[in-house]
Design a protein around this ligand. Structure first.
Ligand SMILES: NC(=O)C1=CN([C@@H]2O[C@H](COP(=O)(O)OP(=O)(O)OC[C@H]3O[C@@H](n4cnc5c(N)ncnc54)[C@H](O)[C@@H]3O)[C@@H](O)[C@H]2O)C=CC1
Ligand SMILES: N[C@@H](CC=O)C(=O)O
Length: 357
């Protein structure tokens, strides 16, 4: 039997679903892969629950009664004291600050798995520095769920690229929340703010839905894919169409934005009235490897086209390469939601486990 020590940062929708899936698969993992996964830390933005012997299923009750306020220094002290073998840290936060801790985690011997896209979308300088640190410490960083949630996009693209296949273009719907929103909004007589709220409840939007509506999330995904292809790009170079009206842009707090979300209705009704009866609205991402252009924008798409036909919170990725020249490699499926994303993170844990003793 091989024991993996798991530290989970961010037990929100995705993180808590992952803990649930791990608990359910405990016996199956032992039998089929000879793996024991011990969750030795669960920490949100303010509180942490630590148990070097493994936090049992029903972690949420224990978290409520036994977690303590913490600072990252105490996490470091905990890792130093216990010197866990096969340590894997999971980042299911959406935090822009937490990623600074990656360097410390790596130095404490931890591999990292991230659903959080921030570490891959800061400056190229940060991107390189992180990879240098990982290499120096012989640690892995896996982030399959950064693009397409549980769909196998990052690894597929990386394998194509590493095999010497020339990828020329990627085009598709990269946002599960915007996919759901426009599928529902194009078809049903509901106000935009109502559909947006639904997407949040279903776990499709980011904790701050403005990250989706501003196109930032799709922009980040484009950058992540471009960097997998070793294109030297910065986030500022991605051309992004924001869907947030001017008066709600900029200085509004998240709370104010949520309160005023009704103001989105008129703005989006305009998009709807402009589209033809047989069209649907699609927020797409396009990466042209030859020109180096990365673009996220809203388009009208015929309902019966490949992109027009997707349903629910589906993502679709068309990957054009020298072998897939006229008929692209297409990956399609649910592109957001706690269940599929947690399953994708679970897959990343297994990928790392295979390499450990
Ligand atoms: N929901 C989805 O379909 C997908 C989400 N993701 C990514 O997964 C991440 C999590 O998404 P959700 O679970 O929907 O968000 P959420 O808001 O439900 O959960 C975030 C959790 O992170 C915690 N947190 C915030 N700052 C922290 C810090 N400094 N240290 C420790 N914990 C901290 C919060 O307390 C909360 O428990 C995001 O980065 C998102 O982009 C990726 C693919 C799909
Ligand atoms: N908010 C994101 C979740 C997955 O990355 C999306 O809508 O696709």
């Amino acid at each position: 039997m091989k024991t993996i020590h798991l530290a989970l940062f961010g037990p929100g929708k995705v993180g808590s679903k992952l803990l649930e899936q791990l608990a359910k698969s405990e016996e199956h993992l032992k039998k089929s892969s000879g793996i024991i996964i011990k969750v030795i830390l669960v920490a949100d933005s303010s509180h942490a629950l630590l148990n070097p012997n493994g936090i049992k299923s029903g972690w949420d009750y224990n978290f409520k009664i036994s977690s303590q306020r913490y600072s990252f220094k105490e996490v470091e002290e905990y890792f130093r004291r216990n010197a866990f073998k096969n340590l894997v840290s999971i980042d299911t936060t959406a935090s822009e600050e937490f990623i600074e801790n990656y360097f410390s985690l790596i130095n404490f011997g931890s591999h990292i798995i991230a659903a959080n896209k921030v570490a891959n979308t800061l400056s190229s300088k940060f991107y390189r520095k992180l990879r240098e640190e990982l290499k120096k410490n012989n640690k892995k960083f896996i982030y399959e769920t950064n693009v397409g949630a549980g769909l196998p996009i990052v690894e597929t693209l990386r394998n194509l690229h590493l095999s010497g296949e020339k990828v020329t273009r990627i085009r598709g719907v990269f946002s599960g929340s915007l996919s759901y929103i426009f599928n529902t909004f194009s078809e049903e007589e509901k106000e935009f703010s109502e559909v947006l709220k639904e997407a949040g409840v279903l776990g499709y939007t980011e904790p701050d839905a403005r990250v989706d509506l501003s196109g930032k999330d799709v922009g980040r995904k484009l950058l992540i894919l471009a960097r997998e292809l070793e294109l030297q790009k910065e986030f500022e170079e991605v051309k992004i169409q924001s869907l947030i009206p001017k008066q709600l842009n900029g200085d509004t707090t998240l709370e104010e934005f949520n309160k005023r979300s009704g103001e989105l209705n008129v703005h989006f009704r305009n998009f709807k009235t402009k589209k033809l009866t047989n069209d649907v609205l699609r927020y797409i991402g396009e990466l042209n490897v030859e020109t180096g252009e990365l673009e996220a924008k809203l388009i009208n798409e015929p309902k019966n086209s490949v992109l027009g036909q997707i349903e629910g919170a589906d993502n679709i990725f068309e990957i054009y390469t020298e072998s897939y020249k006229d008929r692209p490699l297409v990956i399609r499926g649910a592109g957001a939601g706690a269940e599929v994303t947690a399953r994708g993170v679970f897959g990343d844990i297994l990928k790392i486990s295979e390499r450990l003793n």
